[in-house]
Each structure stands twice: as C-alpha cells, then as structure tokens.
Design a protein around this ligand. Structure first.
Ligand SMILES: [Zn+2]
Length: 445
C-alpha cells in the first residue's frame, strides 16, 4: 500500500499547519495549528459562545480535516513539533475527532495544557510527553522520533517517522543555530545518520526559501539587544521592550541586559505570563526570581500608576509587538493605563512584523501614534526562527531525501524551495512536489 501524504493545511498560507502521513492503513498527524489572522478576525467579529471545530473550518481558521475524512479512524497519533499556535492551536478544537494521543515535548505539552485550562476545554485525547532525542513506538509498524532542533521557541523538534518504506522527516519550523541562547544545538549527527539510513520524504519549512542567506543565530539577536539597551543613553527614560511571548531565549537576553542596567524588570500581559509559567513548570527557565509578572489589565494599570514617577528605574516587557489592539503596548498609547509615554522614552521592537495585511495595518497605526508622543523607536532588533535558502540546502544535503515536499508557506515560498531542489538535481513532480492545501500524494509502495 505504501506511503500517502495529505498536505492538509499550511500549504496555501503561513498558518494552520497540518500534514497527515498514511503508512499502509495507519495515519500520523503532524501539527494541528491555527491560522491566527482568520481566528482572531472570526473571534473578534462574532459574538461566539461556543467555538467549534466545524465553524472554525468554515472560516478557514483551522485545517480542513474533512479532506482526510476516510482516514479519521486510522489515526494513531497527533504529533506537534513545537508550541507556536500555528502548530498546536487547533488541537483543542479538532483533536477530539480522533481516537489518538497527542504527543509532544514537555514545553509544547505544557503550553497546550495551559491553553486548554484557560479556554476551559476538556480534551479526551491522552496527552503524552516525549523528550527531544527520544523514540516512541506508536504501533507495531510505526515508530516516531524527536530530533532536537532550534527555532524561536524552546524544545522544538523535527519528527522522524520510521516506516518499512523508509524514513519520513517532518521539519516544520526550524533554523540551524549552532550558538543558541537557550537549549541545545541542532542534532546534526542524528540527521546525518538518518540520511544514511534512507529518508524517503522530507516535508520542510519553505517560508524563507527565497532568502539567499543563512539565518543568523539567536546569539546575534542577543548582541543586537545588548547594543541597543546598553549602547544608547536611556537615563531618566522609560524602556519598553516588546517581543514574542513564546520566545523564551529572547526574553532571557532582555532580562540579562535589564539587570545590567540595574533596572527592575516587569513583564506585562497575559501571554507573557502563560509562556513563562509553562517554561518554569518544565524547569527550562526561572524568570520569576528576576522578574515581576503582571498579567491582567487592572493590575497592569495599578502597577504602572505606582511606578510612573520612577519609570526610569524599570524595564518593561509588554505584549503587543504586532500592534494587537488588546495588548498592553496598544493600550499604553490609546488609553490611560497609568503611565503616559514621554518624549524620548525608548520603545524597542524585538521582533519583525509578520507580513499579513492586518498586522501591517496595526503596526503602522501603532508606530504613528507612538511617534506623536515623541518617543524613540528601535525596530527589527530581531533575527528569524526560520531557515533561509542556504540552511535548507544544508538540511537537504544532510538527509538526502528521495522526495521533498515544501511546506509552511504560500505558493511563492513553496515554489522557491522547489527551485532550490531543482538546482540541487531534483526533478519537479518526480523528486520535489509543490502541494496545495488538501492535496494527497503517494510516494512509496
Ligand atoms: Zn514556529
């Protein structure tokens, strides 16, 4: 019967990632994510009492699992690669359709548990933890393996599915960072070993496949932060930093330099609280000994009021790097929440703008408003968590797959990876396959 792969979601867009791999009559689901923009638009516009998978599929906010309806009864495991919402965010709404466990690294599963707790969703699926570098037999014929890899959130893995037809490697998302700020280096040795054993298919992140470079290490972002925090004159000014709440390595660097500046560090916003809690629960970090965490709006307002006269003694890390309207940074410019921004206060965006129309519009509006206060804005203090073209070439050379399926992107991104594969000797349609959401392909028998 062989291997059949359904590229369920994340092949027409950056979001709602999900791929199903059928080996004979057994299926493994890899990732089950949200398309955040559509999810937010839907949940903001509608007065919804109960979010259901069916409705979320209709509005395109989660992968359309109806594309594999005939496979539902064969699913043996749901395996997310990491804790980002475009990889785990649909699990609360869709996993219940499958009689299968959800298996992830400790941090990924901890974040998932906190989401379920917050949303008051009871998932019937068993939640299993598998450490990076470990293998787990999920049926007589199938074994999955987690390979340690670097990305912009901790304990990200590549997933290898060992089958009698060869190994399928799922590499969504990753970067090759030999100098990580938190966690271990990528397991290059294991990837090379798998390459020698025989990789039949590589399903791989194509988001930056057109970018002719190597994605810089997180240690470069740490130096950029150091430069902007310690290398500018911020005396008597507020310092407000915003970044991805799930990026614990970045937060670690911010804390380090905040301490060097002798400032008290405060995290403000719910998602910063959530990811810090998950990281501490699994023993990855211990931020709370250095940082005060204030999650909710009322408490944030009270806190800001109480420190506003001494604001230069603090470093605030706030949510809202994409200009999200409900986040702390937007509230600081739109409402009276206890501290009014002053001329030459430092606002540091340790992020990039995720290029969706909503984000671009929100960020532009936010920056205009910020400028009206006369603050100093430091943008793009950031490096990406996604592999660029030359990292992708290295991965392909390491694992030497027979087939390549570009994932995690719009057509222009998946096509860019296909171009790279062609450059490396793969034939379009034979060795490299550009897929769209909901398509299926047979690759071995
Ligand atoms: Zn990610």
């Amino acid at each position: 019967m062989g291997i059949e792969i359904c590229t369920v979601g994340g092949y027409n867009e950056v979001g709602k990632n999900m791929t199903a791999v059928k080996v004979d009559d057994e299926v493994v689901i890899l990732d089950m994510g949200l398309y955040l923009e559509k999810y937010i638009r839907y949940t903001e516009d509608e007065d919804i009492v109960n979010l259901t998978g069916v409705d979320l599929i209709k509005v395109g906010a989660v992968p359309n699992i109806n594309k594999i309806k005939d496979w539902w009864g064969k699913v043996k495991a749901i395996v997310p690669t990491h804790a980002h919402l475009d990889h785990i965010g649909a699990i609360p709404f869709l996993a219940g359709n499958f009689n299968a466990p959800v298996i992830g690294t400790p941090f990924t599963m901890e974040v998932l548990k906190l989401i379920l707790k917050n949303e008051k969703i009871n998932l019937k699926n068993q939640l299993k933890v598998l450490g990076s570098g470990m293998k787990l037999r999920i049926s007589k014929n199938l074994e999955i393996e987690f390979i340690n890899i670097t990305h912009s959130t901790p304990q990200t893995v590549m997933i290898a599915i060992h089958t009698k037809y060869g190994i399928v490697i799922y590499a969504n998302d990753f970067k090759f960072d030999k100098y990580p700020v938190l966690g271990e280096k990528p397991d290059f040795k294991r990837l090379e070993q798998l390459g020698k054993k025989g990789v039949i298919s590589l399903i791989v992140d194509s988001t930056y496949a057109s970018s002719a470079k190597k994605t810089p290490s997180e240690s470069v972002a740490r130096e950029m932060l150091k430069d902007v925090l310690l290398g500018t004159d911020s005396r008597k000014r507020a310092i407000i930093v915003t970044t991805f709440s799930s990026h614990l390595a970045r937060l670690k660097s911010i804390i380090e330099f905040g301490k060097k500046l002798n400032r008290k560090i405060i995290f403000m916003g719910r998602s910063l609280g959530r990811y810090t809690e998950a990281g501490e629960n699994v023993g990855l970090i211990k931020f709370s000994k250095d940082v005060e965490i204030v999650k909710y709006s009322k408490k944030i307002k009270k806190k800001l009021k109480s420190i506003s006269k001494d604001i230069h003694k603090y470093l605030l890390v706030v949510t809202g790097h994409q200009g999200e309207l409900n986040a702390t940074l937007s509230k600081m410019v739109d409402q009276d929440i206890g501290y009014k921004l002053k001329s030459e206060d430092h606002i540091i965006f340790s992020c990039t703008t995720i290029p969706t129309p909503t984000n671009i519009a929100n960020r532009t509006a936010l920056e205009e408003k910020l400028r009206s206060f006369g603050v100093r804005i430091f943008k793009e203090i950031h490096v990406s968590g996604h592999a660029a073209r030359e990292d992708l070439r290295d991965l392909i050379n390491l694992v030497k797959p027979q087939h390549i399926i570009p994932a995690h992107g719009e057509l222009k991104m998946t096509s860019a990876l296909s171009d790279l594969a062609s450059e490396m000797g793969y034939d379009l349609g034979k060795g490299v396959h550009v897929m769209m959401d909901g398509q299926k392909i047979k690759i071995g028998s």
